[in-house]
Design a protein around this ligand. Sequence first.
Ligand SMILES: Nc1nc2c(c(=O)[nH]1)N[C@H]1C(S)=C(S)[C@@H](COP(=O)(O)O)O[C@H]1N2
Ligand SMILES: [Mo]
Length: 200
Amino acid sequence: MSDSVIENPFSSRPDRVPPGQRVTDGFPVLHYGDVVYYRDMSKWDLRIFGLVEEEARISYSEFMELPVQAFANDIHCVTTWSKLDNVWEGVPVSAIMDKVKLKSEAKYVMLHAEQGWTTNLPLEDFLRETSFLGIRHNGELLTPEHGYPVRMVVPHLYFWKSAKWLRGIEFMAADKPGFWERNGYHMYGDPFREQRYDFD
Ligand SMILES: Nc1nc2c(c(=O)[nH]1)N[C@H]1C(S)=C(S)[C@@H](COP(=O)(O)O)O[C@H]1N2
Ligand SMILES: [Mo]
């Protein structure tokens, strides 16, 4: 792993806590549905599909061979808690993009998690250097509650965009709402602009 740490630039801002947020020391667990407990990783894969020349499937053992990078950031949940100074290890998005050739029409991404849970974001936000596929948090492997074996982390958007139990990355031409977005959450979700719900 390289020695450099990629920081979400907001972490160094004096006004780093977005409006309407409270800082917590804990790490709350929030999701719809049940925690996913894996017994057998031989059937696990990460599917990269949609507007790509050729779909890719990355097995668990292949995934664990991908390069890992250190990241530091703050996370902001739409339910108003923020957790500062997280340190992570994760696979940079660029390592995933090396596996596929994007079609030029691809402009948005749908992240697919276990149990059909989804969330959407623009391609450029997915591709940011500060976005990654997290595998360790604050020195420990992700727990099942926090998304083991891999969760997306998109620290510049509200934390619901950071899909736990990630299983698929789909490239799309047009934006489409994911699970919470269909239920009233904002299509983009910038915490510094308080884009919590789409009726805001
Ligand atoms: N697969 C999946 N990922 C998910 C969710 C979910 O319901 N399912 N909830 C999101 C929401 S609303 C939040 S706030 C964060 C919470 O992550 P944490 O439980 O690790 O704090 O996960 C996000 N990722
Ligand atoms: Mo959330």
